[in-house]
Design a protein around this ligand. Structure first.
Ligand code: NZQ
Ligand code: ZN
Length: 386
């Protein structure tokens, strides 16, 4: 196991009927901006419940944060924060609203001509001294944004990840009832996103990190068990709770400590979202199976462990077990009604060129836990996924 630091200060408020506790969780003298997305949080009454819980506090609302949140939209929110002297941000929504709110929290302390500086640091921390405090009411289990320090913002039609310990949410309310209005495709996207978050931290090079490995395997098995149940049965609260907590633990940092990480599937997926508007989780499910096939030799030991411990494959040769595990992973995504070929999404040879060229422009030329996943290999993966 490699050396690591682990720090995660987010207070999780998990369970049904917990929204009223917002009153105790947010300082009574706070001036709060409630941020939300297109319409779901309003339409399904969550904003009303939040406002009721916040009682007499001075509240500003900022709606319209779109999926794959746009820099220009968020800048408008920052201007309101500055003009109204907001001092607490409450994100009500999915990953896009939570990520957008993290950006607002940082940008509120930047001069307007410096906002871009938040986005161009890759996975290194944003150079910032302070940020506004923020918290989340999470309505979509998928990204783990409710318990991590990252976000992804779209700027000039490219997705830019950013990281800062200043934007760990102070708390996040995870009320499973709030997720019951999700369309099935969003549940499927969330299962796929959480699954691939685990894989990108687990299916790398073995460093004998037993706790991280077994936690990762537990989360994957839970997603395999309870993701489809949540998709099929809106009223199965046990499955839904386990799915939600899986998604949070998939990317709250705990399984990624002291182990190599490979975010290649995400980097390729981000280009597919930026260029074709395909939902984030879906892009990952499309890419992962052929990425694993292409990297079979490289990831061999961990793929075998994945086959044996996650898919319980005990018969056959090592190669057979690995191949079957990858096939089962793809079939799992397909069982969630996620098509895993590019043609279905209208991506042809020219589209593959365009994805590869754009990755080159973004400097994404040496991906993976070992930095040897070149754009030639990205192209091979995309061609195999046609
Ligand atoms: O905008 P509204 O009307 O609210 O509708 C949203 C949106 O259209 C809807 N929705 C959310 N909660 C709902 C609901 N509809 C009905 N009932 C509810 N309870 O769902 C749609 C998608 O929402 P979005 O927030 O975009 O989805 P998700 O949570 O999957 O977030 C995706 C974003 O997160 C980033 C992605 O790149 C993408 O921009 N990621 C963030 C990460 C992080 N912060 O650590 C890591 C991830 O890998 C990912 O990159
Ligand atoms: Zn993701």
């Amino acid at each position: 196991m490699n050396n690591f630091d682990y720090y995660n200060p987010t207070h999780i408020v998990f369970g049904q009927d917990r929204l009223a506790e917002l009153d105790k969780l947010i300082p009574s003298d706070a001036k709060v901006m409630i941020t939300f997305g297109g319409q779901s949080a309003k339409k399904y009454g969550t904003i009303d419940k939040v406002r009721t819980a916040l009682q007499a506090r001075d509240i500003v609302e900022f709606g319209g944060i779109e999926p794959n949140p746009q820099f220009d939209t968020l800048v408008k929110a920052v201007e309101v924060v500055k003009a109204e002297q907001v001092d607490f941000l409450l994100a009500v929504g999915g990953g896009s609203v939570m990520d957008g709110t993290k950006f607002i929290a940082l940008a509120a302390e930047f001069a307007s001509e410096e906002y871009q500086q938040i986005l161009f640091n890759g996975f290194a921390p944003v150079p910032a001294e302070k940020a506004l405090p923020l918290a989340c009411v999470a309505t979509l289990p998928a990204t783990g944004s409710e318990m991590n320090m990252g976000g992804v913002i779209t700027y000039q039609a490219q997705k830019y990840p950013f990281m800062s310990p200043l934007v760990f949410p102070k708390f996040s309310v995870l009320d499973p009832d709030l997720t019951k209005t999700l369309p099935k495709e969003q549940i499927a996207n969330g299962v796929a996103d959480a699954f691939v978050h685990v894989v990108e931290q687990y299916l790398t090079q073995s460093v004998n990190a037993k706790v991280q490995d077994r936690m990762a395997e537990g989360i994957l098995k839970t997603l395999i068990e309870d993701g489809p149940v949540t998709l099929a049965d809106n009223d199965n609260m046990d499955a839904r709770k386990n799915f939600i907590w899986s998604a949070t633990n998939a990317l709250n940092g705990i399984i990624g400590v002291g182990v190599p990480q490979d975010w290649s599937t995400h980097m390729i997926g981000h280009e597919m979202t930026a260029q074709y508007g395909i939902a984030h989780g879906r892009t990952l499910a499309i890419i992962l199976p052929n990425l694993l096939r292409e990297r079979k030799a490289h990831k061999r030991a961990k793929l075998l462990q994945f086959a044996e411990r996650v898919w319980d494959l005990t018969d056959g040769s090592e190669d057979e077990k690995i191949d079957l595990a990858i096939d089962k992973t793809e079939a799992f995504f397909n069982s969630l009604d996620i098509e895993t070929n590019l043609t279905h999404y209208g991506i042809d040879d020219a589209g593959i060129d365009s994805i590869v060229n754009s990755m080159e422009k973004m400097g994404l030329t040496a991906l993976s836990e070992t930095g040897d996943l070149t754009l030639d290999i990205v192209r091979k993966i995309l061609v195999a996924t046609k």
